[in-house]
Write a protein that binds this ligand. Structure first.
Ligand code: LLP
Length: 396
């Protein structure tokens, strides 16, 4: 994780005078992870009250947090402003109106506008957010100009613009087009309204390797992205701080999930290896058809066996929760063996649920020294049941 943050900073800092990373905490909001990111110089991108409170609990001051969300409640906005949030990214006119009438606005809190640049990223539909018909932000060429005028007229501390076009992008064309579009928009706002952009947030989205993908290196990606906005900003006489907001590319490959095999059986020619997890701890295969690389670890050292037949690794939930179809695992996989799943650092723990009332798993952090530390203990059944109320007349 640390190496990846440093790679972003090293690649960006030589290209532009003021650069910053804001870690998208939705990718993995474990407090220890937030603390590592903050120690490496990242701000924290939060998208809800819960994510903001998590950052505060990890000791990160609100002034180093940036709040997103496309339907922030009045209470969320109030909390963010009370705490002195560094940046709040407005998505729509209702939010602007809440901000304009908010009782407390600390001097350090600034507003950004989320823009929809109208570019279509080539990724899974569920994680595409930049296209013209997206639900996010003010579309450039439509309401974006009015949103800037609204901020100026109501005296909001507008500092700049943000866009995020999609996630797990292996071809950076969409981010480059989105970044160029918001830079161009910033230049137009200077020309048309005399508004000088101080912050330009180019979003996240860089893809990672799950199986055989070949994502761009962080170095090449930053060179391409910043290279695209640089001439536009220079020509327009703007020198904002350039922010990037990666999530997955900072944490995905740092994470790994360990399952224990419970049973192995063959059903109508398909071998099933059933593990002690599934949809509840990683919904990505079910949601997006996501694929992962697996490593088999025998419970006791034994001689390597031949590759077995095509195998389906299934979870323990009460539906067909195929975790990994067509897995290649040895012939002698046995109950008690471990299956290690690579690249699960992003959007697994943060998207986990209690389906079938399984408690969510623990997380350990492996330190630079090799020391292993528990940073999230296993959830307990008591915690799960704690918020339930059975009306008294229904109690038997
Ligand atoms: N900024 C904003 C405003 C975002 O909405 C996101 C991700 C990011 C930054 C970070 O994007 P990243 O660098 O991680 O691609 N659950 C899905 C991914 C959803 C991404 C949502 N937004 C998955 O498991 O693939």
């Amino acid at each position: 994780m640390r190496a990846r943050v440093r790679a972003y900073y090293e690649a960006s800092a030589v290209l532009w005078p003021r650069v910053r990373l804001s870690y998208a905490s939705k990718a993995n909001g474990t407090l220890a992870v937030l603390a590592v990111m903050s120690a490496e110089g990242c701000w924290i991108d939060v998208a809800s009250e819960g994510e903001l409170r998590a950052a505060l609990s990890a000791g990160i001051p609100a002034e180093r947090c940036c709040m997103h969300g496309n339907n922030k409640s009045a209470a969320e906005i109030e909390l963010a402003l009370d705490e002195g949030i560094g940046e709040i990214v407005a998505d729509n006119f209702e939010e602007l109106s809440l901000l304009a009438t908010a009782p407390s606005f600390q001097p350090n809190s600034r507003v950004l506008l989320r823009l929809a640049p109208g570019v279509d990223p080539k990724t899974h539909d569920k994680i595409s957010t930049g296209q013209a018909e997206t639900k996010f932000g003010f579309p450039i060429g439509d309401t974006a100009d009015a949103a800037v005028r609204y901020c100026i007229n109501s005296g909001l501390p507008l500092a700049g613009f943000h866009c995020h076009v999609g996630s797990q992008l292996l071809d950076p064309t969409a981010q480059v087009e989105g970044a160029r579009a918001i830079a161009q928009f910033a230049v137009e706002m200077k020309r048309d309204h005399g508004f000088e952009t101080q912050v330009l947030n180019l979003g996240g989205g860089l893809g990672v390797r799950y199986t055989d993908e070949e994502p761009m290196s962080i170095q090449d990606y930053c060179t391409m992205l910043i290279g695209a906005v640089k001439p536009v900003l220079r020509e327009g006489g703007l020198e904002p701080e350039l922010v990037q907001e990666p999530g997955r590319s900072l944490v995905a490959e740092a994470g790994t999930t360990l399952y224990t095999v419970g049973t192995v059986k063959t059903m109508a020619g398909t071998r099933y290896v059933v593990v002690d997890g599934g949809l509840g701890d990683n919904p990505r295969p079910a949601l997006y058809g996501a694929k992962y690389a697996l490593v088999h670890i025998p419970a006791e050292p034994r001689d390597a066996s031949e590759p077995g037949p095509r195998t389906t690794v299934a979870g323990r939930h009460c539906e067909t929760d195929t975790l990994f179809p067509q897995a290649i695992l040895p012939a002698d996989v046995q109950p008690g063996d471990l299956i290690q799943v690579l690249t699960t650092g992003a959007y697994a723990s943060s998207m986990a649920s209690n389906y079938n009332r399984y408690p969510r798993p623990a997380t350990v952090l492996i330190r630079e020294s090799g020391r292993v530390e528990l940073v999230q203990r296993r959830e307990t059944i008591e915690e799960m049941l704690d918020r339930e109320i059975v009306p008294e007349d229904l109690l038997v």
